[in-house]
Design a protein around this ligand. Structure first.
Ligand SMILES: C[S@@+](CC[C@H](N)C(=O)[O-])C[C@H]1O[C@@H](n2cnc3c(N)ncnc32)[C@H](O)[C@@H]1O
Length: 225
């Protein structure tokens, strides 16, 4: 599905969100800025066309790796990175079986990727595995709007308007019907935070973005006793 929309993915992201997706990624970078310092290693899982990896790389001194299992998305990421004269290695890999050593990264991020995995808990476990003790995780994902009137309005846009525009521009209506479907099946803010704690993360906290259309969950891998 992502192969089919890779070339139009960025355009549609910015169009359908009125560029708010850029602001959300910048918020992730702002939150992580104090820790994405020189000498640290950051992994952006399900990096797609590389927007968050690039944002993090430009916001800090950390060396960033992007991984995704969809080659056409990674091809766009590689092109964009070259255009911005950045150097980020992009690796083709399944988020549920990352080809990285245990405890290898200081920071692990995933943006709009977790809800697509066959197992959300399995994905969280894999993020936890590759993170070093004391390292930080950031999960940016669509969530559940929290203001009732706004929620109804947004749901109308998300389920009725967005699939039509997305389908028209990308040629794949299914991909843009899948989007609201997958979000409705994804745990809400509180449930995701509880799942993170269950997997072993500590200091778990979340922030609603744009009234809860998206949420940013942060956590840390505890040090061993
Ligand atoms: C909605 S896109 C998000 C891309 C990017 N992180 C962003 O913020 O725009 C979801 C991405 O997750 C990737 N993905 C889905 N399931 C995956 C899996 N099991 N392993 C690796 N990548 C996966 C897709 O290929 C796609 O690039």
């Amino acid at each position: 599905m992502f192969s089919g929309i890779a070339r139009r993915y960025d355009l549609l992201n910015h169009l359908l969100s009125a560029n708010i997706d850029r602001r959300w990624r910048n918020i992730v970078a702002d939150k992580l800025r104090p820790i994405i310092v020189a000498g640290t290693r950051t992994l952006d899982v399900a990096c797609g066309t590389g927007d968050l990896a690039l944002t993090l790389s430009e916001a800090g001194q950390t060396s960033v790796i992007g991984s995704d299992f969809c080659r056409p998305m990674l091809e766009v990421a590689v092109q964009k990175t070259a255009q911005r004269q950045s150097s980020i290695p992009f690796i083709e890999a399944d988020a549920l079986h990352l080809p990285f050593a245990t405890e290898m990264f200081d920071v692990v991020t995933i943006a709009f990727g977790l809800r697509n995995l066959a197992s959300v808990e399995g994905g969280l476990q894999e993020l936890f595995r590759v993170l070093r003790p004391g390292g930080s995780v950031a999960i940016l994902e669509f969530s559940h709007p929290v203001v009732p009137g706004f929620r109804a309005l947004f749901n109308f846009y998300f389920t009725r308007v967005l699939p039509r525009i997305g389908g028209f521009v990308s040629g794949s209506r299914g991909a843009y019907e899948y989007l609201p479907d997958s979000v409705s099946r994804f745990p809400d803010q509180k449930t995701l935070a509880e799942l993170m704690v269950k997997v072993g993360f500590k200091e778990v906290a979340y922030q609603n973005l744009t009234g809860g259309i998206a949420a940013l969950h942060l956590g840390a891998r505890p040090y061993r006793n």
